[in-house]
Design a binder for this molecule. Structure first.
Ligand code: ADP
Ligand code: MG
Length: 603
């Protein structure tokens, strides 16, 4: 390349295209910018229509202030805004302020703006701009308000066009953005159409009914299983609702966080939520929440990123502290206290394995005759876990139980099971130690390994549900699932679209009998959504399988017979890495005899 020392100013259209690269990443970003403008214009009704995920058409129509002819001509100019009247960047009360959105959109698409303000008595005006070329405004008849139509997005920047995902994926991004804006402005009526199909319609609400917007977006379950958060400190406040720890998700998409009513995705705030729940939820589960942080505009910088999703606080420690404290106090009031100090110091002396056992072939122990030999494969094959549930409690004769407990513990690495406590933990004895197994975590690992083997072999085997189950999903969940129906078959899930955000589940993985199908499907939808909806499921094997394995049949809280317990222990010994579940938590802890003696002051 020849080095050309002459510096020139870029033409404005090029500058706008460069800005578009930052502000307009995808159709959802266009929708966000246009709807934010409509909100700033004081609208009480905002309708959005898109086609092909927004690639060919996006229309945003509002009943807000509208624009005068003079403003219409200016609004597509770069850095033209009506929102910084006194030029004070540190006191921003509107969603927009950079004056970049309309010129950026106009530089990369065919944009038509039709508008009429209250003041203009006679007529409205229309202005078109395509690929940055502006045409003269013409009079049109138009109600008070503004209608913005964006056709052929990115036609002027083909490189960006190539990065668009499928229409369904782009739609789901738009739904997410819109839901966040709709959550923060419940008094505004919002609707979204995908072509002719109504994706959602949220009526405008009065203050007393604001919870209905939360219900419409995140569901009744959430509102019913959550607690109210409310706190104030030094000119700052936090309010909203947050889910009880028992209602949780496999990712953070259902966390709606707002700073001064602006939806944000902010690491500091997410970290505070995580910290507040850390004793109550495992690291891979996320609460659902809707939280509004209000803080004086001078205390927060929202001009960190062109899309304004990130914010910076002047005193971030204060914000974090208040958020954690308010969430914790809300949760404590719901009687979800964490374990006491005494218990945790005793647990500290329990040893948990870092990894599991060597590969199954290393196991040499032979079971004694009182065990049903066929159920405890000694070869390096994956044990048939489904057999576990065939050992139902009533089938066990009293002698069998005695025989089971008379086993010689030294034969087995995990010893002999003696009891189950809290329907969750198996207590086993080896010659040298006491072992406590988390039955759900352990079984999760076994099922996961079995899934992997099945998938590598012929695909996960499925079994038909006696009654196919209809499940109502949210728009997002529905998109994620229906996008992958073909692929889900390989994972043993036979699902059909049932219209109107509902699906019909016909078959589920055979290993997952007695599973709660609805929660399995929802968790999968969230996992798929988190993975970005784009990669094939096979490329995310581990995530998908472990989400499924987590729904295995031996949930915590299920009573097991001694035979079932021992079968589980033997299978753990056969399974690689069975010392930890798929989420890195231990499946069992071991207390050595000398450690027990220490606990009782014998040493
Ligand atoms: P910003 O929102 O940062 O000011 P935009 O490029 O998004 O920049 O919009 C430029 C200006 O156009 C706005 O400041 C506003 O005055 C006007 N405008 C845009 N959309 C609307 C609308 N829907 N209703 C009324 N005025 C609008
Ligand atoms: Mg704007």
């Amino acid at each position: 390349m020849v080095f050309n020392p002459k510096i020139r100013l870029l033409e404005s259209n090029l500058v706008n295209q460069i800005a578009a690269g930052e502000v307009i990443e995808r159709p959802a970003a266009v929708i966000k910018e246009l709807v934010e403008n409509s909100i700033d214009a004081g609208s009480t009704k905002i309708e959005v229509i898109i086609r092909d995920g927004g690639r060919t058409l996006i229309v945003v129509q509002d009943n807000g202030s509208g624009m005068s002819l003079e403003n219409l001509e200016l609004c597509v100019e770069r850095h033209a805004t009506s929102k910084l009247p006194d030029g004070d960047l540190f006191n921003i009360n509107s969603l927009g302020f950079r004056g970049e959105a309309l010129p950026s959109i106009g530089a990369v698409s065919r944009l038509t703006i039709s508008t009429r303000s209250k003041e203009s008595k006679d007529t409205g005006w229309q202005l078109a701009i395509a690929g940055g070329e502006k045409s003269a405004p013409t009079p049109v008849s138009h109600p008070i308000g503004t209608r913005i139509e964006v056709k052929d997005l990115f036609y002027a920047t083909p490189a960006r066009l190539k990065f668009l995902k499928t229409a369904t994926t782009e739609l789901s991004h738009s739904v997410d953005y819109l839901n966040r804006l709709a959550m923060a402005h419940p008094h505004i009526e919002f609707s979204l159409k995908d072509g002719e199909r109504q994706v959602f319609h949220y009526p405008g609400l009065t203050k007393e009914d604001f919870n209905k917007r939360i219900e419409a977006i995140l569901g009744k379950d959430f509102v019913q299983n959550s607690c109210v958060v409310q706190a104030q400190r030094e000119g700052m406040s936090v309010s909203g609702i947050t889910s009880l720890p028992t209602l949780n998700r496999s990712n953070a998409t259902d966390q709606y966080l707002f700073v001064n009513n602006r939806p944000v995705k902010d690491k500091l705030l997410n970290g505070a939520v995580r910290a507040a729940y850390q004793d109550l939820l495992p690291g891979n589960r996320y609460p659902m929440l809707v939280l509004f942080v209000h803080i004086s505009p001078e205390e927060v910088d929202i001009n960190v990123h062109p899309a304004k999703a990130e914010v910076r606080f002047r005193d971030s420690g204060l914000v974090r502290g208040l958020l954690i404290a308010s969430l914790k106090s809300a949760l404590n009031q719901s009687a979800h206290e964490t374990s006491s100090l005494i218990a945790s110091s005793a647990i500290a002396s329990f040893r948990s394995p870092v990894v599991g056992f060597p590969a199954p072939s290393a196991h040499t122990g032979t079971p004694s005759s009182s065990f049903k030999q066929s159920s405890f494969p000694q070869k390096a094959s994956y044990p048939v876990i489904r057999q576990l549930s065939t050992y139902a409690m009533p089938d066990i004769e009293p002698e069998e139980i005695n025989q089971a407990t008379n086993e010689e513990p030294e034969q087995y690495r995990l010893g002999i099971a003696h009891a189950q406590i809290h329907s969750t933990y198996i207590i086993a004895e080896t010659n040298e130690s006491l072992i406590i197994v988390d039955q759900h975590a352990a079984h999760e690992r076994l099922v996961y390994e079995r899934f992997k083997a099945e998938l590598a072999d012929h695909g996960v085997s499925s079994q038909a549900l006696l009654l196919p189950e209809v499940i109502n999903l949210s728009t997002d969940e529905f998109q994620s699932i229906t996008l992958h129906l073909e692929e889900l078959k390989d994972f043993g899930l036979i699902i059909e679209s049932f219209g109107n955000n509902a699906i019909l589940v016909r078959e589920i993985p055979a290993l997952l009998e007695k599973v709660n199908t609805a929660s399995l499907v929802r968790d999968l939808a969230h996992e798929i959504n988190e993975l970005g909806n784009t990669l094939s499921l096979k490329e995310n094997l581990n995530e998908i399988l472990s989400t499924m394995a987590c729904h295995n049949s031996i949930r915590a809280g299920r009573k097991l017979s001694l035979l079932e317990m021992n079968a589980l222990l033997r299978q753990m010994e056969q399974t690689p890495y069975s010392g930890q579940c798929n989420h890195g938590r231990p499946t069992y802890v071991e207390l050595k005899r000398n450690e027990i003696e220490k606990l009782f002051g014998r040493r």
